[in-house]
Design a protein around this ligand. Sequence first.
Ligand SMILES: [Zn+2]
Length: 251
Amino acid sequence: MCLVCDAEHWSCGPSRRGFFQGWGAGAACAFLASAGAMTPSIAFAKNQKAPPKPQNAVSPEAALALLMAGNARYVEGVAKRHDFRHEREPLTKGQNPYAAVLSCADSRIAPEYAFDAGRGDLFVCRVAGNFANDDVIASLEYAVAVLDTPLIMVLGHEACGAIDATIKSLKDNTTLPGHLPSLVAALAPAVKASEGESGDPLANAIRQNVILNVEKLKGAAPILKAKADEKKLNVVGATYRLTDGHVALVT
Ligand SMILES: [Zn+2]
């Protein structure tokens, strides 16, 4: 018997009860079910409440169209007015973002601005170099499995300092201070995979890093891979141009 939702399945467990507080019991168990904690054939309760933003309940294709249309408004300087006063009340009841974005932590890249999105529209994970480690994948699993987010975009950007530092560290065989070597280790595969390509090494590594992380997320079993295989989730890659804010798809 589940201790959280009283269903006849593997217990969510006392240690998880605090963790899932605020998710809603049904959503928490849905997450565990999707995570493979239960036999897939066992039914689980899903939060049946109406989503706070019904307009965000869209297909993966429509979600991508929303992102790109929002970016076009941002580039043209015709962004919408996002009035939090009217969004505040429904968003106290939950969230249903139409897209998740894995972005660099770079202060010049602000996904909500770049896609002209409001509160509750985007589930954003940010780390220097926009790569997917276990913590990022877990966050995205929550977005996809619990919040039904149909699209993940890995968003690289022009002149990424994290990737530039990785290129230099590998080239000079130097060890960066503090915890920075962990970033280098995460970004090194993209730098190495793009070696030998013609053109700008930094731009090539930025693009390759997006491609590798899209592949990683698409193949992240059990949750993201299953959703992608069912066509309920699309994972795309893109890069952000600093000069005008334009986002271009690369995968
Ligand atoms: Zn960056």
